[in-house]
Write a protein that binds this ligand. Structure first.
Ligand code: NIG
Ligand code: FE
Length: 421
């Protein structure tokens, strides 16, 4: 039987991100890479981390398997994408072309396109088909270093169809080596075929879907899209009260086109408020003074051709900033977290440390996970190796340098040592 201990190294620069502040600005000096480092893994977890030469002695004593790396590698924690909608069917390539020809996201939605178009395609797909598509996207993400991916429902928009989506996400989680964290986004928009008011729809969801989700253990998280054309803060208040009575954590699509959602997120002590492209100083200060993680979604800004989330201001005000891909067929079709985080960094003047924090331990906080996002003893052994000697190369190459190896739960789940400079 294979020894449960495994030593990986030597690693030219090992960025652990351990012990860094959960909120506020970070200077690159805090990165302090371990030079010629190594990781001693025990089962799924990190057992010890440090200088390779020292870990070699432990490895001998423990009779550990050794994975000796030849050439230069930089190691960073596995990436965490705290906001995606990768459980969907169909394509919105036509919406994208229409937007680029001058129509707005909200105009397209009002004309019957937008989210509703994806709802129709997703309802037509079987649970097995959705499982397969979600798994394929999660696996593509995993190869690009994303070891934990949040996945929302929200293209079903009825009790039965939302259940189908959440079951598909749970099944995909069993299929992929990545961890999938699901979220119920039944409050994405009022479905066009619902006979009744938005209030009646939300009541039906909380009365009928919440108990089923809880019974089947399908998710612990509830999200809502607070926006003109979606749901108002007044309507979402009672919905979130119900969600909290069931013990669900709250997260919000907030301040995407107009401000309002972030205040709801703060009032409900949400885990995160995501989007925030339209947040002004009032919302920025409100979020920064709270424990709510502010999640920037540069993929949506790039997909819609609009302003980035004021990430610099959020950090300077003392906030906790995570960066997620929002991968979805409408606003954010690209789904490349590293590339998007790197671009947000250039436009918002973020340090490398702030970018790494945003896609690792600060993103983990948005998912209420404290066992990942930093490399330290007893944390999950989720990490990426890049074929370079200088960690700055990774963000400098703006996402085009992909991991040479991805490790999840102490196992190498992807290897392409040809991914070099
Ligand atoms: O996060 N803003 C609302 N929801 C998604 C978009 C979903 C879609 O367009 O299909 C978002 O951008
Ligand atoms: Fe989203």
């Amino acid at each position: 039987m294979e020894n449960e201990y495994c030593l990986i190294g030597p690693i030219s620069q090992l960025i652990t991100l351990a012990g860094l502040a959960e909120k506020g600005p970070l200077k690159d000096e805090v990165l302090q890479p371990i030079l010629e480092g190594g990781i001693l893994v025990r089962g799924e977890l990190i057992y010890k981390i440090g200088r390779y030469s020292e870990l070699l002695e432990d490895a001998e004593a423990l009779n550990a398997t050794k994975l000796v790396l030849e050439g230069h590698y930089v190691c960073v924690p596995g990436f965490i994408d705290a906001h995606t909608h990768i459980c969907f069917a169909g394509s919105r390539a036509n919406d994208y072309a229409m937007r680029n020809s001058g129509k707005s996201y909200l105009e397209i939605a009002q004309a019957g396109g937008g989210i509703w178009d994806t709802v129709k395609a997703t309802r037509k797909a079987t649970e097995a088909e959705l499982t397969a598509m979600t798994t394929a996207r999660a696996n593509r993400h995993l190869q690009e270093g994303v070891t934990t991916t949040e996945v929302k429902s929200g293209y079903g928009l009825s009790v039965a169809e939302e259940l189908k989506m959440l079951r598909a996400i749970a099944a995909a989680d069993q299929e992929t080596e990545a961890d999938l964290i699901s979220t119920c986004l039944a409050a994405h928009m009022l479905p066009k075929d619902f006979e009744g008011t938005a209030e009646m729809y939300l009541k039906q969801i909380s009365d009928e879907l919440f108990p089923l989700i809880q019974k089947e253990n399908l998710t612990t998280r509830v999200d809502a899209f607070i926006e003109q054309g979606a749901f108002s803060p007044e309507l979402i208040g009672p919905y979130f009260v119900m969600a909290q009575q069931y013990g669900f954590s709250i997260t919000v699509h907030a301040d995407q086109f107009s401000a309002g959602g972030s205040a709801v997120a703060v009032n409900f002590n949400a885990l995160s408020a995501d989007h925030l492209e339209a947040s002004a100083d009032l919302e920025i200060n409100l979020l920064a003074g709270s424990e709510v993680v502010a999640v920037a979604l540069p993929g949506a800004s790039i997909g819609l051709g609009c302003a980035f989330t004021p990430a610099r201001k959020l950090l300077d005000a003392g906030g906790c900033l995570a960066i997620a891909s929002d991968w979805n067929p409408g606003s954010a079709p690209m789904g490349d977290l590293l590339l998007q985080a790197a671009l947000l960094g250039t436009f918002q003047k973020l340090s490398n440390a702030e970018i790494w924090a945003g896609i690792t331990f600060r993103a983990a906080k948005a998912l209420n996970l404290y066992d990942r996002g930093q490399l330290a003893p007893a944390m999950l052994a989720d990490f990426n190796l890049f074929a370079t000697a200088n960690h700055q190369e990774i963000l400098y190459q703006q996402g085009k340098l992909k991991p040479a190896q991805v490790w999840k739960n102490g196992r190498c789940v992807y290897s392409n040592l040809k991914n070099e400079l």
